[in-house]
Design a protein around this ligand. Sequence first.
Ligand code: TYD
Ligand code: MG
Length: 474
Amino acid sequence: MARDIVHTCSECGFQSPQWHGRCPGCEAWGTLVEERVLARTGARSSASAARGSGRGSRAGRHTGAGGEVAPCPRPLREVTATTAARLSTGIGELDRVLGGGLVPGSLVLLGGSPGIGKSTLTNMALGNLAGAGHATLYVSGEESAEQVRLRAERLAPGALEVPILAETDLDAVLDTLATHSPRVCVIDSVQTLRAGELTGAPGAVGQVREVTGRIMELAKERGIAVVLVGHVTKDGALAGPRVLEHLVDCVLQFEGERERPYRELRALKNRFGSTNEAGLFEMRQGGLVEVLDASARFVAGATRAPGSVVLAAMEGSRPLLVEVQALVAPSELEQPRRVVSGLDRNRMALVLAILGRHGGVAMGGADVFVNVVGGVRVDEPGCDLAVALAVASAARGVPLRGTPRACFGELGLTGELRWVGHPERRLTEAAKHGLYATIAPADSGPGACEVTTLREALAAALSSEANRPTRVAA
Ligand code: TYD
Ligand code: MG
């Protein structure tokens, strides 16, 4: 007899008939939860349905009890691929991150911490789509229809045209989708829907997977573009199993600090476009506003004080100038503090080590704080030099020569400055905002102040009397 109890890891989705204290799949402790499958109607499980549906022919596949007739593979040449027209959300930054708009029949997972603006963004997008004459549906499992209306009142008038369904029962949602067949549907959020045939609270691993699988099946069949809103855990990972990320076509992450106005939208996975793209928004009274002149704002706000450097970064295919600030102060702690925001912590540790070993700027027991101004996150190797110059400038108490000064480049472990992608776009962006002699690695192109090592960069950036070895006292 088939077992009807399964233990599923809430981190990685590993399943086992027995309970384990530690998940054999991902070795996390105490993550296995019991799930009871009451009934599985239909011959196919949601996972196999998701694999089979919409991915080409299912003809000839028999799932009879006796034996399966294997489907016949075809050469790719014979597969007819139609390029479906994308649906523009009317939000330029969102369309760009999606790779040119929503693809009919695709599933997009939009993750982000609470209050970051996921509902606002999806409300606005649906409003624009409804305004453009597309049939839309907003399924709210978190907020009542009244609450959603109150939010929509603050947005553009089109937002009030969007039909809403406040529902948490998966079957009811699927029925509505099947009946109304909208072109675009937003499920806010996937963790609040509940599949009746599974036990387990909404948001449990099995539930989330089943919900996603069944929605996907319908979406592929009807060509509905679905945006699933998802919560993220404290560590920033999407709550629910990672399998969810494998199931969907596109994973978007909406990030930023709630207290600050800037929000960044990034693609972590995209079957229909690049994952390098990022979009910048600002939360205002009337909803999210695209920030198109971000570089100008950050350069205008750059302080020109010791510890301030402009980084010519790349946000996907787009250059962005941001200010990196550092503060170096004597520490009273046994273990001095290394505080970083907007950058990778390990990357900063590495840069500090290179700076001490190859730049003659030893932090010793000093506290070091590094911050990318405006709450923006920069995730690329080109930021190394900016961190190094900001920290060196702060440690020596001298501003950069010709500040505000831009720079970019990756630091190697032997103190060399390495080439990074798109130097010409970075240099053009810097020049556009009045920043010349940008410190850059060799072969970056005309207009750059090219240097090959960290030492040369320090010599170019800081005045000569500041170029003696520095040791910050603890
Ligand atoms: P919300 O979209 O509900 O966030 P999420 O769905 O990610 O949890 O909204 C987030 C915040 O944005 C909320 O605290 C109120 C604020 N907000 C504005 O500042 N301006 C606006 O026009 C709207 C609609 C919301
Ligand atoms: Mg919300």
